[in-house]
Design a protein around this ligand. Structure first.
Ligand code: PLP
Length: 285
């Protein structure tokens, strides 16, 4: 079965899914995106993802291309047409097509909207979580507004590739003060020796992950101690546990940082419990 994409109002086979070469998303990374998990053919945390999309659009002054309800229809059509049971839906909105010029088009253009969907392998993801992942640290050389979910991801791409080249799965960005901001496509967490969960405060230095928000809800509901603050690489090395969160992996334990074992070098119980509990706190629609 051929994969189906959504491009500016049409559902088309992937091979026919094309955008204009003067689309500003292509030339300037002038666009934003969302990735939403699909489980049992249903969207996980759709409302929060669409709210974050609206915020990202507002921050870079692109108008919402269609109503929230219409976007919901597109996402569901993508799930149905691609027969996704477990997987992800990707949605991208660019400023639109205009003759190349850095400033916004003087005559407003129609935003471009594209979506894709793909299945993920549940057994493979569970096996990864069961083993835990290795990560590396890299300097955070991104721009100052990574709280906006733009498609300008080159530093994230290079960081992830550096991780793969070193036999790891993810990279954690470290700021000029030696403090971890987040992963290339994940939020970063540790469990301190005294059992507190720590993740960086959601300011302009990190993306406010939807999974991070739901995990915070789960932690608070269970009465665990949480500290939203920055932590250093040294503190992470001495942590009892570490893990990352993202819509496509939910909670993934980290067992090595720069080759150094975390805790006993195995996935920690807190991370694994949060991974199991996550869906009690997420919204399914
Ligand atoms: N941080 C970055 C840089 C990301 O790209 C992502 C997801 O793509 C996340 C964090 C996690 O966000 P979410 O939980 O909404 O997937």
């Amino acid at each position: 079965m051929s994969r189906i994409a959504y491009v500016n109002g049409r559902y088309v086979p992937m091979r026919d899914a094309k955008v204009h070469i003067e689309d500003r998303g292509f030339q300037f990374a002038d666009g934003v995106y969302e990735v939403c998990e699909v489980r049992g053919g249903r969207l996980i945390d759709e409302r929060r993802h669409i709210e974050r999309l609206q915020r990202s659009l507002k921050e870079i002054r692109i108008r919402m291309p269609m109503s929230v309800a219409a976007l919901g229809v597109v996402l569901r059509e993508m799930i149905a047409r691609n027969r996704i049971g477990y997987g992800i839906v990707y949605l991208q909105v660019n400023r639109g097509v205009a003759r190349r010029d850095h400033a916004f088009p003087s005559v407003p253009v129609t935003p471009s909207v594209i979506a894709t969907a793909r299945s993920l392998n549940l057994a493979r993801n569970e096996a990864s979580a069961g083993k835990g992942i290795a990560i590396i640290s890299v300097p955070d050389n991104r721009w100052g507004r990574v709280d906006i979910k733009t498609v300008g991801l080159l530093p994230n791409v290079l960081a992830r590739q550096a991780a793969i080249d070193q036999g790891a799965r993810e990279a954690w960005f470290v700021d000029e003060d030696g403090l971890i901001t987040e992963g290339a496509s994940t939020n970063a967490w540790i469990v301190t020796p005294s059992g507190a969960l720590v993740t960086r405060q959601a300011d302009q230095a990190i993306l406010r992950g939807i999974t991070r928000t739901v995990v915070l809800d789960a932690i608070k509901a269970q009465g665990l101690t949480v500290e939203e603050r920055a932590f250093s690489l040294d503190e992470a090395r001495g942590a009892r546990e570490a893990f990352v969160t993202s819509a496509s992996q939910i909670v993934l334990p980290v067992v090595r940082i720069d080759g150094h074992a975390i805790g006993d070098g195995k996935p920690g119980p807190v991370a694994m419990a949060l991974r199991r509990e996550f869906y009690r706190y997420a919204e399914v629609s």
